[in-house]
Design a protein around this ligand. Structure first.
Ligand SMILES: [Cu+2]
Length: 150
């Protein structure tokens, strides 16, 4: 039962390293859906953090577009059932419309997001993770040394 234990130690170290990486690079690139159920966008206004991808899906029976008022994005004609995605990498307020039906209006509000406001992981949490990582590394090294002496 010597070898499996050794592997378990490595697995634990890999798990902890993974946790540390996740703490530093949290999944923030979410996708948010906006539906076109008729002659409107639903929801008409959404607020998302920087890095979010907004996906418009035409759930209506006729063509529509999602077109930024400033021209930042333009889906072109979306046939029924088609989708168009755009990723917002800069905070700001982005009004948009449908070029076929000018009364169809929407707004995407992009907030600076968690990165620029506060660290994703508290200093205490980060410290504990690093301690765990160091502890596991020492544990593995000691196990290796013990095996080598024999
Ligand atoms: Cu339209």
């Amino acid at each position: 039962m010597h070898f499996p234990k050794h592997l378990a130690g490595k697995g634990l170290a890999a798990l902890i390293m993974g946790l540390v990486l996740m703490a530093h690079f949290p999944a923030h690139a979410a996708t948010v859906d906006v539906s076109i159920p008729g002659l409107s966008f639903s929801p008409a206004s959404i607020t998302v953090p920087v890095g979010t991808t907004v996906r418009w899906t035409n759930n209506h029976s006729i063509n529509h577009t999602s077109t930024a008022d400033g021209g930042l994005w333009d889906s072109g004609l979306l046939a029924p059932g088609q989708s168009f995605s755009f990723t917002f990498n800069t905070a700001g307020t982005y009004p948009y419309h449908c070029t076929v039906h000018l009364a169809m209006l929407g707004t995407v509000i992009v907030t600076p997001g968690p990165f620029s406001k506060a660290p994703a992981l508290s200093p205490l949490g980060a410290g504990l993770l690093i301690l765990l990582l160091i502890g596991t590394t020492i544990w593995i090294l000691r196990r290796r040394r013990t095996a080598g002496v024999r």
